[in-house]
Write a protein that binds this ligand. Structure first.
Ligand code: SAH
Ligand code: SF4
Ligand code: F3S
Length: 470
């Protein structure tokens, strides 16, 4: 986020109300895209109070850490960051520049509550993922009496009703949260506890937000939810609406050229959603579908509600509907009880499916989750070794996938300037970063590109002669 030029205050024309003096807000985001969305919405809530975004924590009047609790490392990072912020605040005070306010938001705030303020007394405010719409009033209160905590009630509908309709957008691609929470209770995972039960926003609210974004030049929407394909929000007639129907509705919003959604659970991949991949051109041919493991024994212990075979069958059906669809996934190695044989099953699944991209993690023991108490916790060195082997295979597949685009021509959505003058970076339909020279005037637009070279993490392409002349 921080390298994005539009995060700079000067790019937010609406950031400075005429009367109030400008205050600097720094938001540091950890974790998943839902946190990225929430951080953008926090900025929206605070903008009318005169807060403009700053890339730097240094010198900011208000610093928000939007935290992630998914793995121990992610959660612990928060405390080291808080230590740095405390020192920064003291230095700022000593310079006579006023006292900054430090807020902890997100999933660590939800999970650890006021323990955070005990462990790091410099924290002024702790606010959970369903309560951040109340930030203005909470911040006003902390200036009078320090130390507030607000979280825990999971009233997502209240939050969405209270958020401003206006969104500050930075670029042609935007996240849009449509669903929150999770009822799946995978035995390793904290999300059902930090984000609460599955809940879907009504269709009309989502359409209104999409229209507002499109009017500001957004061409690509990524619909977000912890289990986005469990979406069942109320339609215009009040009846539950599937994610497939929501996509069909959003495809009609003028200006929206690309739709994506994440993250999906294999058990909620309905037939109408599979069919939509074959029927809706706006639905991009790329799907993040976490599998976690290729061993049925481990999948059962994880409470994943699918087997290796049912996952591979599902992938087959989706690819029948949309043959050029590419897949990405999440994996956990070293889950309690995982043997060498179980791990080999994971490698076998990866070889059979073939992934364009993937995230793999060493199992992290999370307090309060069922897996934390399971026997057979795997030694770190073993998990480390498995992670390295899995990553080597996944890297190989990603490079092969990227290389297969060389010589092909497809549409790229140009998002931002590249490293050198005139260069622009965009996204392929398969979410690959594409660097193109002399394409800066095309930022915000979709144009065909011919791919000339491919690496591990990006592609290099050229505009077709017609586009380059235009
Ligand atoms: N709702 C999504 C994402 C959940 S969190 C889903 O169902 O896939 C993102 C990923 O973090 C998970 O897919 C899983 O691979 C990983 N993860 C979750 N808990 C973990 C833990 N305790 N240890 C290691 N990785 C974990
Ligand atoms: Fe966590 Fe499983 Fe829910 Fe995903 S589906 S958020 S991994 S409990
Ligand atoms: Fe992390 Fe919370 Fe997302 S725990 S992965 S920020 S839902």
């Amino acid at each position: 986020m921080s390298d994005h030029p539009s995060d700079h205050p000067s790019d937010h024309p609406s950031a400075r109300p005429s009367a109030a003096p400008l205050k600097r807000l720094h938001i540091k985001t950890y974790g998943c895209q839902m946190n990225v969305y929430d951080s953008e919405r926090m900025a929206d809530v605070l903008r009318p109070l005169g807060y403009a975004l700053s890339d730097e924590a240094e010198g900011a009047d208000l610093v928000v850490l939007n935290t992630c609790h998914i793995r121990e490392k992610a959660a612990e990072k928060v405390y080291s960051e808080l230590g740095r912020l405390k020192a920064m605040r003291e230095a700022k005070l000593a310079r006579g520049e006023g006292r900054s306010t430090i807020v902890v938001a997100g999933c660590v705030a939800q999970a650890e509550g006021e323990q955070i303020m005990i462990r790091q007394p410099a924290v002024d405010l702790v606010v959970g993922p369903q309560a951040y719409h109340q930030l203005p009033e909470l911040i006003a209160r902390t200036t009078r009496a320090r130390g507030e905590r607000l979280s825990a009630d999971f009233a997502a509908d209240e939050k969405f009703d209270a958020l401003p309709a206006e969104r500050g957008v930075s670029g042609p691609s935007a996240f849009l949260t449509v669903q929150e929470g999770c009822d799946k209770f995978c035995t390793f995972c904290v999300v059902p506890y930090t984000r609460g039960a599955e809940w879907s926003r009504p269709v009309a609210d989502i359409v209104a937000e999409a229209e507002g974004l499109a009017a500001k030049g957004v061409r690509e929407l990524t619909l977000l939810g912890q289990n986005v394909n469990a979406y069942n929000g109320a339609g215009p007639d009040g009846a539950p609406t599937s994610l497939a129907s929501l996509c069909r509705r959003l495809a009609q919003v003028e200006g929206v050229a690309r739709l994506r959604y994440t993250t999906s659970h294999p058990a909620d991949m309905g037939e109408d959603l599979i069919a939509a991949h074959g029927e809706l051109d706006v639905l991009m041919p790329y799907l993040h579908l976490p599998v976690q493991s290729g061993s049925d024994r481990i999948l059962r212990a994880m409470n994943r509600k699918h087997t290796a075979r049912s996952y591979m069958d599902l992938v087959g059906r989706i690819r029948t509907a949309r043959p050029d669809l590419a897949l990405s996934s999440d994996f956990i190695v070293g889950f309690p009880g995982e043997t060498d044989k179980d791990f080999e099953d994971t490698l076998a699944l990866v070889r059979e499916v073939g992934f364009a991209s993937a995230f793999s993690f060493k199992y992290s023991r999370r307090p309060g989750t069922p897996a934390a108490a399971m026997p057979g916790q795997v030694e770190d060195a073993v998990a480390e070794d498995r992670l390295a082997r899995l990553n080597a295979l996944l890297d190989e597949q990603r490079l092969a996938f990227n290389r297969a685009t060389v010589g092909k021509r497809f549409d790229v959505l140009f998002e931002k300037p590249g490293r050198h003058p005139g260069q622009a970076v965009g996204k392929s339909p398969w979410l690959q970063a594409v660097f193109v020279e002399n394409a800066e005037p095309l930022i915000g637009r979709i144009a065909p590109v011919v791919i000339e070279d491919a690496g591990n993490n990006s592609l290099r392409g050229a505009l077709t002669p017609h586009q380059a002349a235009a």
